[in-house]
Design a protein around this ligand. Structure first.
Ligand SMILES: *Cc1c(COP(=O)(O)O)cnc(C)c1O
Length: 451
């Protein structure tokens, strides 16, 4: 489009106007398509250098993939089309001999990683896994219950996500704002009134286990079911470092492959009841997945194999590190949630940073110093405050995989406290953050590269 025509057209962009303007300027200045492509490569390289080599990444939903797993994302098979279920009789396209092998290996590895009878590999996101559950196990107009956002609930289980798209009536799972667990008595009362078809447990801000067994028993009174959205805790669950929802009464476990599980960003779904296999897999194909990125499936399979070898030890250290980092921050006068009960049983620690300007400002200041976290709603926030929450969410998955342990958690807490208490400028803290990151150049908990 010529520049003149572009400027006279009315635009309504949901994206940040200044960043889009930067991109237009960059492309205009580049002039020819080859230079335009170079601009893309430059941005990718910039991120790889900064986030990959110079930052302490404490973003809870992230995990570094092993070189083998990451390499598979650019595998030849990523350009092949393979819709349908595994096996030549189930495919629309021919030529899937090796693709069937890759996908079957992935399914069987996932079953082993999660000790489940059934697994599916075709979810390009965990969001789609939750949509699968709603499509398969609910009817429009049904009531469900899920955790609200200030307690860590995720849009996928609320009215503004897949549950809402399915036309479900979404009610709140009552939570205890101090203990940060389900208020079981309040839940029993509310659930017996609402009689939900499904109760979605699990959350994005997640510190402690859910009473899956007790809640499953309550909803079973009217044939309701519990499903566990373990997006964040998937690795912890598979590694035996958290609760075990499938054995506690949850009918399905969904999760993100790229969070604690440390595989390629995408979704995992596992279950044990044969009666669920047809509804769930029908919802996946042909409803929610077509070409499903076989390169990603290969990476997921390879990550699951690594997980079988290293998962329990890796996941245990993640939790130890989260507890150590939370305790170290609290000791440096950064108030942490759930200090009275050991801070956390997961990869996350949550700081209450209202006294330091709120989550948004604090996350920005830390990022200036190459320490990457995110603003987060906490129970004292109103849901409407989603953009200016009082909390800061801190995750230890990535620093753990780089080999950091408790002494480094104390060091990270020093650096964070320096920023929050404004003891040192961001440039000075940044230099220390880079030095700490560079002292751990080798990714752990994966097979050594072939000689
Ligand atoms: C991250 C998250 C999701 C979405 O997962 P994606 O893999 O990013 O699609 C769903 N539910 C919860 C609780 C999450 O934290």
């Amino acid at each position: 489009m010529p520049a003149a025509a572009r400027e006279t057209e009315p635009t309504l962009e949901i994206h940040d106007a200044s960043v889009l303007a930067w991109a237009r300027d960059t492309l205009d200045r580049a002039g020819d398509p080859r230079a335009m492509q170079q601009a893309v490569l430059d941005a990718v390289a910039g991120n790889a250098r900064w986030r990959g080599e110079e930052c302490l990444n404490l973003l809870a939903p992230e995990a570094p993939m092993s070189p083998t797993v990451r390499g598979l994302l650019s595998a030849e098979v990523g350009q092949r089309a393979a819709e349908g279920h595994i096996g030549p009789a189930n495919r629309w396209f021919v030529g899937t001999k090796y693709i069937d092998e890759i996908e079957a290996l992935c399914v069987e590895l996932l079953k082993r990683a999660f000790n489940a009878r059934y697994a599916d590999h075709r979810l390009v996101a965990s969001m789609i896994g939750n949509m699968t559950v709603y499509a398969a196990l609910t009817q429009p107009g049904d009531a469900i219950m899920s955790v609200t956002q200030p307690f860590g609930g995720h849009s996928s289980n609320r009215a503004d996500g897949p549950a809402g798209i399915r036309g479900l009536r979404v009610h709140d799972v009552p939570m205890d704002p101090i203990e940060l667990v389900v208020d079981l008595d309040a839940f029993a009362g509310a659930a017996r009134q609402i009689r939900p078809t499904l109760v979605a447990l699990g959350a994005s801000m997640t510190l402690f286990p859910f009473p899956v067994r007790e809640m499953s028993a309550i909803v079973a009174e009217w044939g309701g079911r519990v499903f566990f959205d373990g997006a964040h805790q998937l690795g912890l669950i598979g590694g035996g470092q958290f609760q075990d929802p499938l054995r506690e009464g949850s009918c399905v476990l969904t999760g993100s492959a790229g969070k604690t599980f440390s595989g390629p960003q995408s979704g995992v779904i596992v279950w044990n009841d044969p009666a669920l296999t047809e509804p769930l897999t029908d919802a996946i194909f042909p409803t929610l997945a077509a070409t499903h990125q076989v390169n990603r499936v290969a990476a997921l399979a390879a990550a699951a194999a690594e997980f079988l070898a290293f998962g329990p030890v890796y996941m245990a250290q993640i939790v130890v590190n989260a507890q150590a980092l939370a305790a170290a921050l609290q000791a440096r006068d950064v108030p942490m949630l759930a200090a009275h009960k050991g801070f956390t049983r997961t990869h996350q620690a949550i700081a209450d940073v209202r006294a330091f300007g709120g989550g948004e400002a604090v996350a920005e200041r830390l990022a200036e110093a190459n320490i990457i976290t995110n603003k987060n709603l906490i129970p004292t926030d109103a849901p409407a405050a989603w953009d200016h929450p009082g909390g800061l969410r801190i995750g230890t998955t990535e620093v753990t995989r780089w080999g950091m342990t408790e002494p480094e958690m104390a060091r990270i807490a020093d650096l964070m406290a320096d920023v929050l208490h404004e003891r040192r400028g961001s440039a000075a803290v940044r230099a220390d953050a880079i030095e700490l990151r560079r002292a751990f150049p080798t990714l752990q908990f994966c097979f050594p590269p072939e000689a």
